[in-house]
Design a protein around this ligand. Structure first.
Ligand SMILES: Cc1cc2nc3c(=O)[nH]c(=O)nc-3n(C[C@H](O)[C@H](O)[C@H](O)COP(=O)(O)OP(=O)(O)OC[C@H]3O[C@@H](n4cnc5c(N)ncnc54)[C@H](O)[C@@H]3O)c2cc1C
Length: 486
């Protein structure tokens, strides 16, 4: 509605999409970002910009990326990713707990939302580096994740900020919303606990509670206060708390989160200069051992996209909350670029015995015994193929590897030290498919909407890679649109 005053709380992808959407629908929009300008953009800015969307083949990819050359199209197998595929992936990894209404909104609006972003000028590229391998001279995509934002998370935030500003959204940095009052004429927002402003409707898009050690320990459980935070330090659960004070209901997997293998010596919060480079996601091609020298998870259970988000918590459970990923020369060329950054905890050696000695905190002799047992159990009759679940497994171990098993026998060997890095939390506000925040009775709190990480009910146990940015954009766009019609 023209002249509607909409407040958007947050500064990441979800908030910016909400602000753009509300503004294009005629509202006067103020966006309040807690972070200073230099640290703006929330977790969204830390991402590589990988976005999971449905697409029915190369034509829809070309719609998102009109700059693709004929050569790129000729030499790439993009495949397709249908609504059924996305539903299946969400269902399977969440153990069929994902909220069907929210899942439907995410899946069905994924491509239309990227098309909308593209129409506003956001540029996309094929995610060649991380999601494709060269097979017989052609790049072949795998794992249903094909699109990235131009310039990664930084580029995405810059582009969305530019679009929002051009449309006339007022962006306020260093503006933490600390309290929200609801009255007959709308909402009164306290900014930094000092000033206040009135609005007709509010979109909350200010992240989960992953950056609060106290809330992590309270909801995720013991030792989660020790996990490293992969992204922004500003997502401390404010939005969830403020909505609860207004009577909002919560839902979802409150003791669950997205957490990955993260460099052992990374700082306690994310470093924008390194971005997501502290993650170590090539474990499907090697083995992972704990301080006792034991393997403790199936490195090849599935494509990395469907295991990485739950393996951080497996590492947190290990002695001293650490692990080492070990590779030999047969696969080091497959390691992702994050293994070659300067800020990496890496050791290498010509023998397994020496490697074990160099892996700080690991029982070296037990490690060598684990590798011997693993090597003896590799079933080599299947050819190794990183683009499919190749079934090349181990047999007879207490923890088997289901795919991509190769003997560790080609020195020099390399090992990378990791711990648990938390990305975002799964529990959050209860919203309906209109993105309206619900109260304890299940009724909409009129004028209050939520989007992004702070929405509960989409993810349980695990998460399909690239869904976070997509959900933020889909729910943000919808929330911004609905917030203008109160
Ligand atoms: C290292 C890393 C890599 C990732 N890679 C990917 C990827 O490639 N693809 C993908 O889909 N997802 C990825 N994710 C997950 C993704 O970042 C999130 O799912 C998504 O960005 C969430 O968007 P959001 O807008 O909800 O939250 P955020 O982007 O975190 O934004 C929340 C904002 O709220 C602000 N805020 C907090 N409290 C207040 C307050 N009281 N007042 C005002 N503002 C407040 C914060 O400053 C922040 O700007 C990654 C995350 C990390 C940390």
């Amino acid at each position: 509605m023209p002249g509607q005053r909409v407040a958007v709380v947050g500064g990441g992808n979800a908030a910016l999409c909400a602000a753009i959407s509300a503004r294009e629908n005629g509202a006067d929009v103020d966006l309040f970002e807690r972070a200073p300008f230099d640290l703006r953009g929330g977790n969204s800015r830390f991402t590589a910009g990988a976005i999971r969307t449905t697409y029915n083949g190369v034509e829809q990819i070309r719609e998102l990326m009109p700059d693709l050359t004929d050569d790129e199209i000729e030499n790439t197998e993009f495949g397709e990713y249908s609504e059924a595929d996305f539903f299946d992936d969400l269902g399977r990894v969440t153990q069929y707990r994902t909220d069907p209404d929210l899942a439907e909104l995410l899946v069905k609006q994924s491509f239309p939302t990227l098309r909308w972003m593209r129409q506003h000028g956001v540029r996309f590229l094929p995610l060649y580096g991380r999601q494709s391998f060269e097979i017989d001279g052609k790049r072949r995509f795998w794992g249903g994740l094909t699109v990235e934002a131009w310039g990664g998370g930084q580029g995405l935030i810059d582009q969305l900020t530019q679009i929002a500003t051009t449309l006339g959204v007022e962006i306020h940095y260093e503006s933490r919303i600390t309290h929200i009052d609801r009255n007959i004429s709308g909402f009164e927002l306290s900014i930094n606990g000092k000033t206040s402003r009135s609005f007709d409707s509010v979109v909350l898009a200010c992240g989960g509670f992953e950056s609060s050690a106290e809330m992590r320990a309270r909801y995720l459980g013991p030792n989660w206060d020790l996990a490293k935070v992969r992204g922004t330090k500003f997502n401390t659960g404010d939005g969830i708390r403020m909505a609860q004070e207004l009577g909002a209901a919560t839902t979802g997997h409150w003791s669950g989160c997205h957490a990955v293998a993260w460099d052992l010596n990374a700082p306690m919060f994310g470093d924008l200069a390194v971005g997501d480079g502290f993650q170590k996601h090539s474990y499907p091609f090697g083995i992972v051992v704990n301080a006792n020298g034991d393997r403790f998870l199936d490195e090849g259970a599935d494509f990395r996209n469907y295991t990485y988000a739950k393996y951080g918590s497996e590492i947190l459970k290990q002695p001293n909350h650490l692990a080492w990923q070990v590779f030999d020369q047969k696969v080091t060329h497959l390691l992702r670029d994050e293994y070659r950054i300067r800020e990496v905890t890496k050791v290498s050696a010509g023998t397994l015995e020496e490697l074990g000695e160099r892996m700080n905190g690991v029982d070296a002799r037990a490690f060598v015994r684990s590798v011997q047992a693993y090597n003896a159990a590799v079933e080599e009759s299947m050819p190794f193929d990183p683009t499919v679940k190749d079934g090349r497994c181990t047999n007879g171990l207490s923890v088997n590897k289901s795919n991509w098993a190769n003997r560790l026998d080609s020195p020099p060997f390399e090992a990378y030290g990791v711990t648990c890095g938390i990305t975002f939390t799964f529990g959050g506000l209860e919203v309906d498919a209109e993105t309206s925040v619900l109260d304890e009775q299940g009724d909409q709190i009129e004028g209050l909407y939520a989007a992004g990480e702070m929405v509960g009910g989409l993810y349980y146990h695990n998460y399909p890679g690239g869904s976070g940015l997509m959900a933020g954009a889909v729910f943000g766009r919808k929330a911004g649109m609905n917030a203008t019609s109160v």
